[in-house]
Design a protein around this ligand. Structure first.
Ligand SMILES: NC(=O)c1ccc[n+]([C@@H]2O[C@H](COP(=O)([O-])OP(=O)(O)OC[C@H]3O[C@@H](n4cnc5c(N)ncnc54)[C@H](O)[C@@H]3O)[C@@H](O)[C@H]2O)c1
Length: 250
């Protein structure tokens, strides 16, 4: 796998899994464009300090005009967008009956609308160019009811974006653009704080359900994303590829 001469944009790339994807792509020679609500410039500066090619932009994926301007700007500056990762999301924490309208809408606006806006914006350029690969980050929570934490809105948003990869992957297949989703299992990032990593009884359940008995690390997920962005995965399109250590098979 190698990405020299390629431009890959990643939403939510300032930390966690998105940041690990940025590191992996940089190590493989690509130019990374990080889009995040906060910390994008700092994350890009850290990559530059390691000698890599990266830039950071403040982008709120819930604003369709902001997302369009961001992607258009990438294409204008770099000549093309070769890969795009729709990674930005957040997890709520609540039982279904306690979800307010605002809580539901807030999750959907980032995790679903944000993915729609950004995949559409990247896809406009890629389908015109006749090349490109898109990876949408879904979750184990999009394919089965996870335990013990409760976050119905998050789960439904993650199922929806996995299906977006199937539908759009098929729709764009003849244009030379592939769209896949990746479903991570429990991965040690800041996000796990909002769903219970600081509570030993919660972590105990997670580890019981992980066949390996261990949480995943962000680079393990990033490797799968890099593969799906690369031509090595040319036969894979419209799929949800689980990067969950077997959690969904258990
Ligand atoms: N960590 C896990 O266990 C796990 C498991 C399955 C799936 N995932 C998925 O992996 C992806 C990354 O999660 P993570 O664990 O790295 O989370 P994280 O909270 O560490 O990082 C998420 C990033 O998204 C950014 N973001 C949030 N809202 C945004 C917005 N409106 N516009 C732009 N950026 C925004 C945040 O600022 C942050 O940098 C998410 O799609 C998440 O659903 C994570």
């Amino acid at each position: 796998m190698e990405f020299s001469g390629k431009t890959i944009a990643i939403t939510g790339g300032a930390r966690g899994i998105g940041n690990a994807i940025a590191h992996t792509i940089c190590r493989l020679g690509g130019h990374v464009v990080i889009a995040d609500l906060s910390g994008a410039a700092e994350a890009a500066a850290a990559l530059q300090a390691e000698g890599y090619s990266a830039e950071g932009h403040v982008v709120d994926v819930t604003k369709s005009d902001v997302v369009d301007a961001f992607i258009d700007g990438v294409v204008q500056a770099r000549g093309a967008i070769d890969g795009f990762v729709a990674n930005a999301a957040y997890a709520n924490s609540n039982a279904m009956l306690d979800h307010s309208d605002d809580e539901w809408r807030g999750v959907m606006s980032v995790n679903l609308d944000g993915v729609f806006y950004s995949v559409r914006a990247a896809g406009r350029h890629m389908t015109k160019a006749g090349a490109g690969a898109i990876v949408i980050i879904s979750s184990i929570a999009g394919v089965k009811a996870v335990r013990p934490e409760l976050h119905a809105a998050y789960d439904v948003s993650k199922a929806a974006v996995a299906h977006m990869a199937r539908v759009v992957g098929v729709e764009w297949a003849k244009t030379g653009v592939r769209v896949n989703a990746v479903g991570p299992g429990y991965t040690e990032t800041e996000m796990l704080k909002s769903v219970g990593i600081e509570h030993p009884e919660v972590v105990e359940k997670w580890l019981e359900d992980m066949p390996s008995g261990a949480l995943l690390q962000p680079p393990e997920v990033a490797n799968v994303v890099a593969f799906l962005l690369s031509p090595l995965s040319s036969a894979i399109n419209g799929q949800l590829v689980m990067a969950d250590g077997g959690y969904s098979s258990f």
